[in-house]
Design a protein around this ligand. Structure first.
Ligand code: F6R
Length: 609
């Protein structure tokens, strides 16, 4: 993961780099560092363990003068989150910041040790600094030196290289990790995400795979992977970044859970009319492609993968459309059979998830009809590289645990199911049912949020638990998985989800009076089956927490807690039932005192595989 930023200017640049790092922190927050150099080649490096704020505080007491600089916020891959592993890494006059993984670093490190280099970190990145330094002895400009070492590197990288002997330029290299040039007046920048530079420029050039760029305050030169000089188009971003503040809420995650009715209204607005779906993003060509679709392949990671799992139930049961869903990191490394007329759908909040992007790139050579991305960030690589896309309009999601991006993904998927069902079917009955249901969705979620107090009280029972089990059937099975993911990532309680029918095939052995079992049990055709599974748990003394709108189905007893939920159309159940599970995880994490907007070891955007 990691966020990188570099600048070549005619003014002191440290403040801008630090401000940029604050935005980039969603890409990792194990350590942060920067290095600035002035026109005489005098350089200063500062690195700190932990969040960017630690670096900002340390910078207040440091002398950081220089018009050229590079900075980095790290999500540790190779080497612990310690200062010695924080970027920039240096080799005499060369400094490097890197996002990605140099896979052959061990071999390179051994070679460089044999040449007399000493390594001060456990990272894969440090080899690049030494390699550039070694290669520089053979002569040539920094640009040509970097071009010569690129063939030696295996893996993925977005890198920025600074040479204190040539402080008027930076070299940026993109291979597998995004990099964007920010074009200023008498200054230029390079960054992992353009949003981090909005305070200084709105003009950006996206580097393409294999590009190398030489950036100075007076010019930008870009070469492709064959070292040909190329022109990449400059675009002007009219987006603005406003994560807002937390307002009355204690955490972004809590705010984002509560924002769900509103962002669902935003996501759905303009997408239907008179009970029929209208998608202004799609043109005649898109519709004729959709008419040919006979199979859907969904690929995503984490929470987005869970949304895909729900959609599989919907596509098959409501639109009679065969659908498969796969985790991107699995899909990209196996030989899969592409079904006839298959549409490739990627789901992602950030649009920068490395595995999802790699799967999309792979799909292009496999014979899919086309690629559709459902994504929350309009400037993301996923949107730019997909044939067509549907935006979720969740707004900026700051909390590392996805909440509103999940429910808006589900809403967009349901819209797509409705459209595909009417394009492929003979009537628009399903489309109308879905659209009518979606119109009351925001209100249903408002109602669920009213259970906040009850859920916060229940959370107290979990504060000393080490494990939890989540159960669901049908479309609620992925919701149980998503509930378990939320709990483990922010409260660090080990949680597992099972399709309730699987219990007796092993997990039932885990049940005792210490094991909380959370059941997602809406009133639908599977409720009777689920009740039998609940009885199996109850008979073994399990501690049950049942989220249901069928209260009369469950007789109370000391080891059963019922969380009553409103009556809603069956098709909305997955979208509505995740909300109380988000709240439950939130309150449990709050009680356990974790850093719940930035849980340990994680990052908001997973840009390494
Ligand atoms: C969990 C979570 C992650 C992401 C996953 C994919 O709360 O946020 O599991 O869902 O890293 O990220 P995107 O959706 O940005 O591709």
């Amino acid at each position: 993961m990691c966020g990188i930023i570099g600048a070549v200017s005619q003014r002191d640049i440290a403040k801008i780099l630090l401000e940029g790092l604050r935005y980039l922190e969603y890409r990792g927050y194990d350590s942060a560092g920067l290095m600035v150099v002035n026109s005489t080649g005098k350089a200063n490096r500062l690195r700190c363990v932990g969040k960017v704020n630690n670096l900002v505080c340390a910078a207040e007491h440091a002398v950081l003068l220089g018009e050229t600089g590079i900075a980095h916020t790290r999500w540790a891959t190779h080497g612990k989150p310690e200062e010695s592993n924080a970027h920039p890494h240096i080799s005499t006059n060369i400094a490097v910041v890197h996002n990605g993984i140099i896979e052959n670093y061990e071999l390179l490190r051994d070679q460089l040790r044999n040449r007399g280099y000493t390594f001060f970190s456990e990272t894969d990145t440090e080899v690049v600094a030494h390699l550039v330094h070694w290669e520089q002895q053979r002569g040539g400009s920094l640009l040509t030196v970097v071009q010569r070492i690129i063939p030696d590197l295996c893996g993925t990288y977005g890198m920025v290289i600074l040479d204190t002997y040539s402080p008027d330029r930076l070299i940026a290299v993109r291979s597998g990790s995004p990099l964007v040039i920010g074009c200023g007046i008498d200054e230029n920048f390079i960054v992992s995400d353009p949003m981090a530079l909005l305070s200084v420029t709105r003009r950006f050039i996206y580097l393409e795979e294999g590009d190398i760029a030489q950036i100075s305050s007076y010019g930008i030169e870009i070469m492709d992977r064959c070292n040909n000089i190329v022109q990449r188009c400059e675009i002007e971003l009219d987006t603005h970044y406003d994560a807002g503040n937390k307002g009355l809420y204690s955490h972004y995650m809590q705010k984002e859970i509560y924002e769900q009715p509103l962002v669902l209204i935003n996501t759905l607005s303009g997408r239907y009319n008179n009970s029929l779906v209208e998608l202004s993003e799609f043109n005649d060509q898109t519709y004729s492609l959709l008419k040919q679709v006979e199979h859907i392949q969904i690929v995503a990671c984490g929470t987005s993968y869970h949304a895909g799992m729900v959609a599989r139930y919907w596509f098959e049961s409501l639109a009679n459309m065969p659908c498969d869903v796969e985790i991107a990191s699995e899909f990209r490394y196996r030989r899969s059979v592409v079904r006839k007329n298959s549409l490739f759908i990627t789901l992602s909040q950030s649009g920068e998830t490395a595995d999802t992007l790699a799967a999309l790139r792979l799909s292009k050579n496999l014979g899919y009809l086309g690629s559709l991305s459902i994504c929350n960030v309009s400037s993301s690589s996923l949107i730019r590289e997909s044939d067509f896309s549907l935006m979720t309009k969740a707004g900026i999601e700051v909390g590392v645990a996805s909440t509103k991006s999940f429910t808006t993904q589900l809403a967009v998927l349901l819209i797509l199911v409705a459209k595909i069902s009417s394009l492929k079917g003979t009537t628009s009955k399903v489309e109308k049912e879905i659209v009518n249901a979606l119109q009351i969705l925001p209100g249903c979620i408002e109602e669920v949020l009213l259970q906040d107090k009850l859920i916060s009280k229940l959370a107290q029972n979990f504060s000393n638990k080490n494990h939890a089990l989540f159960l669901g059937r049908g479309e609620q099975y992925p919701i149980a998985m998503e509930g378990a993911l939320k709990l483990k990532e922010i409260s660090y309680i080990h949680a597992e989800a099972y399709a309730a029918g699987e219990l007796k095939h092993g997990p039932l052995a885990l049940i005792d009076s210490e094991m909380p079992v959370i059941v997602v049990a809406p009133q639908n055709s599977l409720l009777d089956k689920l009740k039998s599974n609940i009885e199996e748990v109850r008979a073994r003394g399990g501690l049950l927490y049942i989220f249901t709108n069928s209260i009369s189905s469950f007789s109370g007893s000391h080891n059963i807690h019922i969380i009553p939920l409103p009556h809603i159309p069956v098709v909305l159940e997955p979208i509505v039932y995740i909300v109380p599970l988000q709240l439950l995880s939130y309150y449990i994490a709050l009680m356990r005192g974790t850093d719940l907007d930035k849980p340990r070891n994680l990052a908001k955007s997973v840009t390494v595989e």
